[in-house]
Design a protein around this ligand. Structure first.
Ligand SMILES: *[C@@H]1O[C@H](CO)[C@@H](O)[C@H](O)[C@H]1NC(C)=O
Ligand SMILES: *[C@@H]1O[C@H](CO)[C@@H](O)[C@H](O)[C@H]1NC(C)=O
Ligand SMILES: *[C@@H]1O[C@H](CO)[C@@H](O)[C@H](O)[C@H]1NC(C)=O
Ligand SMILES: [Mn+2]
Length: 455
């Protein structure tokens, strides 16, 4: 029953894309190398002269978004108020706790970073915003040094010394340790950890602070909308929870049934994990173990945090009435090899938190459970944390918090199925449009990796 296709072009199922984090746009670096202009100039810049196009393109390749356009947009532009009906009508406690807003960045366009800071100042009630912490993870870009410093000095002259604090890393530490570094520099009772390519929307802070004031073990995310990386238009996103797949990449999820049943679009959405930006009680964050600083660069730390908070007695939720727009870049900074780090970080989280279900993570990454050859570093401190906090098992998390994540109890083997006569041919998922598997040249990527189940 297997069809052997002509081996001249790849089947449509063959995708080298990694799943997306933060819903980032699936333009890979290799797409950019072959046709960098295509994704910047599709919807923008038709009337630019050749010189401007060159500048715009250079900035786009550097930042992963349209830095040229950003430089020409007001730092305090109005954006649509995308809160669902009912939100504007809710009243909040008059003694909400104060916030430190922490931004981490590496080689961010100055105008994008400043717009993040500006909108935080502009759209957070002044009495609730104690300070802003900027963590520069060893940027090389010059404008982030002097120009940023003069903005900070001017702002502090108005708002008081130390209103904006700048922390700079001498060497690159990655997103995860940068967030923790920002937390260390913060002093307000609640900390908000954000990327530095966002625009805060009206009333974003109050609903979050209310929920944390009522229960300090809540870790809260706003609802995200998208700032299009080419046109900088704001695109409304549907209300979502934040979850993950077995590779521990985060995903937006449909809110749980229990939320829909309430028929109240302003109600908090229970969420298995976090996309990456979140707000948390400063001391509670420490009590439950911050982020796993043994993770590298990027990815998985947000999922680990969500699992850990739930298993150790806290909760995670997304608030429809709190909205923050975020640029989904066309490509990310740091390294082209993000997946190498995400895989390592995922295996760390699996080993510490997921009990027998850790096999699902190994299977998703197609690495053997024993002797995987992947160095995940020392996890003894994280295991001790789990013991100290007397956390629940992962099976509890799966049944009570994330029943949508399918688990398999009958896997006898997983990996790639090779043809024994021609061992360069492997079983492949084939075109997604039909459900017929095919034989195809072995490439070892997702469409050829599968579990073998006992039926
Ligand atoms: C909510 O909105 C309705 C209709 O606009 C208004 O009558 C009511 O007073 C509002 N409630 C609050 C608490 O502001
Ligand atoms: C809807 O949810 C909001 C936020 O939790 C709450 O304040 C409000 O009372 C709820 N409305 C109804 C009708 O239950
Ligand atoms: C990317 O990962 C591969 C395989 O782990 C490694 O050989 C290579 O050096 C990495 N490249 C970069 C730029 O880190
Ligand atoms: Mn981001």
């Amino acid at each position: 029953p297997f069809r052997v296709p002509k081996l001249t072009s790849l089947p449509s199922s063959l995708s080298t894309e990694t799943p997306l984090k933060e819903g980032e746009d699936p333009v890979s670096s290799s797409d950019l190398a072959s046709d960098p202009a295509s994704s910047l100039f599709n919807h923008w810049g038709h009337d630019l002269g050749p010189e401007s196009r060159r500048v715009a393109l250079r900035k786009f390749r550097y930042y992963g978004y349209n830095g040229y356009l950003s430089d020409r947009i007001s730092l305090s532009r109005p954006i649509p108020d995308l809160r669902p009906d009912g939100c504007r009508n809710i009243s909040y406690s008059s003694d909400l706790p104060q916030l430190s807003v922490i931004f981490i960045f590496v080689n961010e366009a100055l105008s994008v970073l400043l717009r993040s800071v500006h909108t935080a100042i502009q759209r957070t009630p002044p009495h609730l915003l104690k300070e802003i912490v900027l963590v520069d993870d060893h940027s090389s870009s010059l404008e982030l040094k002097e120009h940023l410093q003069s903005f900070v000095d001017e702002t502090n002259a108005q708002h008081g010394a130390g209103f904006i604090k700048v922390v700079r890393h001498d060497k690159q530490e990655g997103l995860i340790r940068s967030r923790v570094r920002g937390w260390r520099a913060a002093s307000a009772p609640v900390v908000a950890l954000f990327d530095a390519h966002v625009e805060f929307n009206t009333g974003w802070a109050e609903p979050i602070l209310q929920r944390i004031k009522e229960d300090r073990t809540r870790v809260v995310s706003p609802s995200f909308d998208n700032i299009k990386y080419d046109t900088f238009e704001i695109e409304e996103y549907p209300l979502s929870a934040q979850g993950f797949d077995w590779e521990l990449w985060c995903r937006y999820l449909n809110p749980p049934k229990s939320w829909w049943i309430q028929r109240n679009h302003t109600a908090p959405i229970r969420s298995p994990a976090l996309i990456g930006c979140f707000v948390v009680d400063r001391k509670y964050f420490e009590e439950i173990g911050l982020l796993d600083e043994g993770m590298e660069i990027y990815g998985g730390e947000n999922v680990e945090l969500g699992i850990r908070v739930w298993q150790c007695g806290g909760s995670v939720e997304v608030l429809p009435c709190s909205r923050v727009a975020h640029i989904e870049r066309a490509h990310k900074p740091y390294t082209e090899n993000l997946t190498v780090h995400v895989r390592r970080n995922a295996l760390r989280a699996a080993e510490v938190w997921m009990d027998q279900y850790k096999s699902h993570v190994y299977m998703a990454w197609n690495v053997p459970l024993q002797n995987s050859g992947i160095d995940i570093g020392d996890i003894s401190e994280r295991k001790a944390l789990r013991t100290r906090l007397q956390c629940r098992p992962f099976s509890w998390f799966l049944s009570n918090i994330y029943p949508e994540l399918r688990s398999y109890s009958n896997t006898v083997a997983y990996g790639v199925l090779k043809n024994s006569l021609r061992n360069d041919l492997c079983l492949d998922q084939g075109p997604e449009t039909d459900n017929v598997p095919i034989m195809y040249l072995c490439h070892g990527m997702t469409p050829q990796v599968s579990g073998l189940m006992l039926m």
